[in-house]
Design a protein around this ligand. Structure first.
Ligand SMILES: Nc1ncnc2c1ncn2[C@@H]1O[C@H](COP(=O)(O)OP(=O)(O)OP(=O)(O)O)[C@@H](O)[C@H]1O
Length: 802
């Protein structure tokens, strides 16, 4: 009853009515309350009859504005929908996969140019009497400006606002202007800055709230690299989590662990873009002084909820500056440059195959043949808008490459057109397109007027009611940074706590599953002191460069995607120039430390490892190999590369500069710790700073050691009785042939190793493999994965005590 009395006067009739409806409850208190209400009516109306009128008129006004706003919003949404349909029709006529050609101006006027062009054709003069014509959706002449190019791109950007996925990429021989077209120069910005600006402008003009996110990566030698994450070059540099490509149930592609930043304006994007560009792999080549050695890919993701006119709630556009196609014979590239060129050409050819299959509407589209096409899978084909800009040179010297590029482009172009159109057909199409374009412009103008009206009404509404007309925000608006791990690490309860030791994830899979590791390690508590800096080591997964040797050891052409280094330290997140795994093939290494008694018996050790090995081999998914290794620590040998040091140790050499106080490995860790279930902090607390006078400056002290190692389960290697033994689990993405399973070191493979302990492999590819494996294991030891490695002592006890 109290509540009824306190209601506004306007509710009185309603209140009385409701009370009358409850006649059987008539009581003296009811009568009293009615009297109170009546009193309230008279006193209120006497006191504020004027303000009541004002309130009422304001209320009516607010109500009417709200009605207008709703009406206008519905109209704008209808217009958006209509515009989307027209734009789509327009783009369909143009072709969902469109191919443009841009001809680079000649460097010198005297150069002979066997290439000429008009707005749709490129004509190649093969001989005096023979010409070949290639036609395109549009040809940009040498004097075309960046404006001209962007004018053709703009409709695609609009369709991105409408919810379509899109992909714009620059293809062509190295040095023909791909980066110029995509990135441009400060005085003549290219597609990327213009597209970003256009996107934000469209978003501003829209009546919906959009969430825009930015990511940038490159595909270098077949591996994905996040360009927004600083890539360490040294063993102690942070490990960026591996980028893994996933397809969700809707068929959308997501890249696990890729840093995705929410951006609110184009300036933010440009800053990130600059940052990403700094990490790109470029190099001097014969054709271009700053040649891109990778495919640089920018992803702008757009989310907009509650916009029924959009095709989908979440979509994206990829802006790709492809690595230059090149003939290695011509570039005379050798070594790494050669390998880079080879990797670029392979993926470009895979891209060509995909586009060709899409154009032909083949049942099978070979997306899986390269990382590039896997990443772009949902942005190529179907309703996605694809634009390829083929770049060519007019130089006579480049004629061969020009023809190759034109042939590639023609393959891509043929798809939607089937055969070349007749002149009439083309003219008819152009008339329709012009008509559609006019319709679009009219709609856009009307929409702009309505949006202005909405803005004005919103301001009035805000003045009257103090509240703007609310557009619902999407959840993600509040999201600042999104890294996309498949599973987030549960800090309070780890998987390894829950599962029996056999089922625990391996260190490597932990790393994969915890994309946020990188950040959480850096920021987490307990990582403050310098001595604790060892705690940041996460040598859970290490990649090994497996050049030619490993390639041919593996049967399949599919490569591992894992990459990266061996250790992580939060205070070492330097911006060093990027050097990273260079070769296509890699293998993922997991460190498993096995408990042995000090006086390890060769026979026992062998049996134990064989058992573990056979268990691992039975896990066909893992393709894991256990490599038995004997670890020996010596005080006298510093961490130096010897004069006859092997080339394969160059990575290790890099770490030299980081060593300030050589320590003994065993001073820092004891074998039992290596398989202990203790946390990193617990382990580290046992190892105080050996030099307490020294200031705790957060620097990393690497152990200096040499070790005496052998791999293999055949037991042929001699062992020193007093050595501590431990085990390494090497998980290869590709199985090694059976005969390769037992591997041992050769004496002079890689100082500072001791040896020889058994010479099984002396020359050739196997030798290279072993060399690299050895270098790798040393790196692992440097990072020493004593932290949660997934397989603890229980695991081994469980196996060996059977
Ligand atoms: N249309 C153009 N107008 C003016 N300069 C151009 C044009 N195209 C390219 N250039 C210039 O040519 C040089 C090489 O261009 P760019 O680096 O963009 O080539 P690229 O195709 O990206 O090469 P790579 O594949 O090796 O990275 C640059 O100095 C660039 O400014």
């Amino acid at each position: 009853m109290e509540r009824t009395m306190s209601r506004p006067v306007g509710n009185l009739p309603e209140t009385i009515h409701s009370l009358i409806g409850l006649k059987y409850h008539f009581t003296s208190s009811w009568v009293k309350s009615v009297c109170d209400i009546s009193k309230n009516v008279s006193s209120s109306s006497e006191i504020s009859s004027t303000s009541k009128e004002e309130d009422e008129s304001a209320f009516v006004e607010v109500q009417s504005i709200r009605d207008q706003l709703s009406r206008l919003t519905v109209q704008v949404n209808d217009q958006n929908k209509r515009r989307r349909e027209i734009l789509n029709e327009f783009l369909d006529l143009k072709g969902n996969i469109r191919v443009f050609c841009r001809v680079k101006p000649l460097d010198s006027k005297n150069s002979r140019a066997p290439v000429s062009s008009d707005t749709r054709n490129v004509i190649i003069k093969l001989t005096e009497s023979k010409r070949k014509t290639y036609n395109f959706d549009r040809v940009f002449q040498p004097d075309s400006s960046q404006d001209d190019v962007f004018l053709e791109i703009e409709p695609v950007i609009k369709s991105v606002i409408d919810g379509y996925n899109a992909c714009i990429f620059a293809y062509g021989q190295t040095g023909t202007g791909k980066t110029f077209t995509m990135e441009g120069l400060p005085e003549s910005p290219g597609i990327v800055p213009r597209a970003i600006k256009a996107l934000f402008k469209q978003v501003e003009q829209s009546n919906h709230k959009f969430v825009i996110k930015f990511s940038m990566l490159e595909i270098y030698m077949g591996n994905l690299r996040d360009l927004l994450v600083s890539q360490g070059t040294k063993p102690i540099s942070p490990i960026p989590p591996s980028l893994l490509i996933h397809t969700d149930p809707k068929g959308e592609i997501d890249i696990e662990n890729l840093v995705t930043l929410k951006v609110t304006d184009s300036d933010e994007v440009f800053k990130l873009y600059k940052l990403g560009c700094r990490s790109r792999a470029t190099a001097f080549t014969n054709s271009n002084s700053a040649s891109s050695r990778s495919h640089c890919m920018i992803r702008v993701s757009i989310t907009c909820a509650g916009a029924p006119e959009r095709l989908r709630e979440r979509n994206k556009i990829w802006l790709v500056d492809l690595g230059g196609s090149e003939r290695v014979l011509k570039t005379k590239a050798t070594g790494r440059r050669f390998d880079e060129g080879k990797a670029i050409n392979l993926s470009l050819s895979a891209l060509g195959d995909v586009i060709n299959s899409l154009q032909r509407k083949n049942a099978h589209i070979p997306y899986r043949n390269s990382k590039l096409t896997q990443v772009l899978k949902d942005s190529l084909g179907q309703d996605s808008k694809t634009l390829m800009l083929v770049h060519i040179s007019r130089k006579e010297d480049d004629l061969c490459e020009t023809i190759c590029s034109l042939n590639f482009a023609t393959r891509a172009k043929n798809i939607h057109l089937g055969q070349d159109e007749s002149k009439e057909e083309r003219e008819r199409k152009e008339t329709v397109m012009r008509c559609l374009q006019n319709m679009m412009e009219t709609i856009e103008k009307e929409r702009e007027t309505k949006l202005k009206e909405i803005r004005h009404l919103n301001e009035t509404l805000e003045k009257l009611s103090g509240k703007p007309h609310v557009i619902e925000e999407v959840d993600e608006i509040r999201e600042e940074i999104q890294v996309t791990p498949k599973l987030k690490r549960n800090k309070s309860r780890r998987a390894s706590d829950v599962f029996s030791s056999f089922m625990r994830p391996t260190a490597s899979s932990n790393r994969r599953l915890s994309g946020a590791d990188f950040r959480s390690v850096s920021n987490g508590p307990g990582f403050k002191s310098r001595r604790n800096s060892m705690a940041h080591f996460r040598s859970e997964s290490v990649c090994i460069r497996m050049k030619d040797g490993f390639d041919s050891l593996c049967d399949s052409s599919e490569r591992s995607i894992s990459k990266s280094t061996c250790a992580i330290s939060h205070n070492r997140a330097d911006n060093a120039a990027t050097v990273y795994s260079q070769e296509i093939s890699e293998c993922d290494i997991k460190l498993v430390v096995c408990e042995h008694n000090t006086n390890v018996n060769q026979k026992e050790g062998g049996t134990e490892f064989s058992r573990i090995n056979s268990w691992l081999h039975s896990q066909s998914e893992n393709r894991s190999y256990l490599l038995d290794k004997k670890l020996r620590v010596s005080r006298n040998i510093s961490w130096e590369r010897s004069s006859n040091g092997s080339k394969t140790l160059e990575d290790i050499e890099e770490s030299k500069t980081e060593i300030k106080h050589p320590l003994l490995l065993k001073d820092q860790f004891e074998p039992e710790c290596l398989c202990s279930a203790e946390t990193e902090d617990q382990i580290l607390s046992k190892y105080p700073n050996p030099n307490p006078n020294e200031e705790d400056n957060g620097s990393l002290h690497l152990p200096s050691f040499r070790y005496d190692a052998w791999f293999g389960v055949d037991g042929s290697a001699a062992r020193k009785k007093d050595s501590q033994a431990s085990g390494l689990l090497l998980e290869l993405k590709q199985p090694l042939p059976n005969y390769q399973r037992g591997l041992e070191f050769k004496e002079d493979v890689a100082p500072p190793f001791l040896g020889p302990q058994g010479i099984l492999v002396q020359t050739g590819r196997d030798y290279t493999f072993v060399q690299k494996l050895e270098a790798l294991s040393l790196r692992i030891l440097l990072g020493l994965g004593f932290i949660d490695v997934g397989y603890g002592s229980n695991f081994f006890n469980g196996l060996t005590q059977q």
